[in-house]
Design a binder for this molecule. Sequence first.
Ligand code: ZN
Length: 243
Amino acid sequence: MINVTVWNEFVHEQIRDDVKAVYPDGIHKVLADGLTKEGFACRTATLDQDEHGLTESVLNSTDVMLWWGHTAHDLVDDDIAEAVVRRVQEGMGLIVLHSGHFSKPFKQLMGTSCDLKWRVADEQEILWCVNPNHPISQGVNPSITLDKEEMYGEFFDVPAPDELVYLSNFEGGEVFRSGCTYRRGHGKIFYFRPGHETYPTYYNQDIMHIISNAVRWAQPAENARPAFGRTEPKRTIGGKVLV
Ligand code: ZN
């Protein structure tokens, strides 16, 4: 069983009617429901909870974390953001969604501005799979059409991804690297672009299929926490036992 924690800042859904209409119980609820149906052990955490719901015990028992944030990146405590980064380096998987590109953990893990171009204009987005053999794209249509989404355009200021899995094309002409994988330390990271708060993107079966595949791909390897420091020799060195 893979333990998933869906983290959402959960701000827009409480203060904006247009967002509440799409995600009445929050984006995290729709993501967690979709992943629970796929057989993952899912819990949610939000900004307004103590330690943003990301206590040490939650972090230590999370195999893969999803992160959705937009308007409140600055309100995320630096210590908590650093703890998330540390857990990724130890092996926890991290799936960063949409405007999470500007979140503290993602920016720290990338080491770049993570800036991009954007426009909210009810545009059609077509996501093209550019890596059909990748575990994240298995069983998903080679192209997915979202009738209305926010546009994100290149240049996207991230390091060159280890693997590019999805490329988006928008009605206005821009393209964007929408599905990017990275490894940092022992952890795997998947940045996945779709999911603007005023559109029903996370109700789309193909989108949830990709996110489910990404959770399986990002789960930690069993030996993700190797031992470090002084170690005893396997054999006697020069006939002496070292102290
Ligand atoms: Zn957005």
